[in-house]
Ligand binder design. Structure first.
Ligand code: SF4
Ligand code: SF4
Length: 163
């Protein structure tokens, strides 16, 4: 089985468990109903306000479907970080594996709602500046694992080639 197909199937299965059995995160009822009735509204796929512009989603996307686009006006997030770009998903390349969503640090490190999603990012209420002041909610081992994917786009490629 090709790596991309396997990634897509893994993603689909993980999210099926998440949506209908709350396997690791709870999906709200409204979204579950929309999914169950095939009536998901086309909506924003990136929450540009909560996104910190780290480009991790672009690094981790196995098909190169996430492109970073420059902001007309950079936004200061913290004293050390200015957001200068935000992601955009090219649906023609997306295989709906959810890697972008699941590795996004706002979701994976800080436990907030993900700021990128291949079909609908949903309503967002993330106060990103407050969230970034909180300690990570995950173990050091998991942090290292996630960080390598977010920061280095060769990690996924090497994993695929090692299969
Ligand atoms: S779901 Fe995200 S990571 Fe996966 S292919 Fe689509 S854009 Fe890329
Ligand atoms: S990984 Fe998350 S925070 Fe980073 S650019 Fe992508 S959507 Fe924004």
């Amino acid at each position: 089985m090709s790596s991309i197909l396997r990634i897509a199937l893994e993603g689909a299965f993980t999210n099926f468990k998440r949506i209908f059995f709350a396997a690791d995160r709870v999906t709200d009822m409204d979204m579950r109903n929309q999914i169950a009735t095939l009536s998901v509204k086309v909506d924003d796929r990136v929450d540009e306000k909560a996104c910190i512009g780290c480009a991790g989603c672009a690094n981790v996307c196995p098909t190169g479907a996430v492109e970073m686009k420059e902001l007309a006006k950079p936004v200061k997030i913290t004293d050390d970080w200015v957001k200068s770009e935000v992601p955009e998903i090219n649906l023609e390349k997306c295989v709906v594996c959810y890697y972008c969503h699941d590795f996004c640090p706002v979701f994976s490190l800080y436990g907030e709602k993900g700021t990128i999603h291949p079909s609908n990012v949903g309503d967002q209420e993330v106060d990103i500046e407050s969230a970034l002041e909180q300690p990570f909610k995950i173990s050091d081992d998991k942090l290292k694992f996630i960080a390598q994917y977010l920061s280095d786009n060769t990690v996924l490629k090497n994993r695929e080639e090692g299969d």
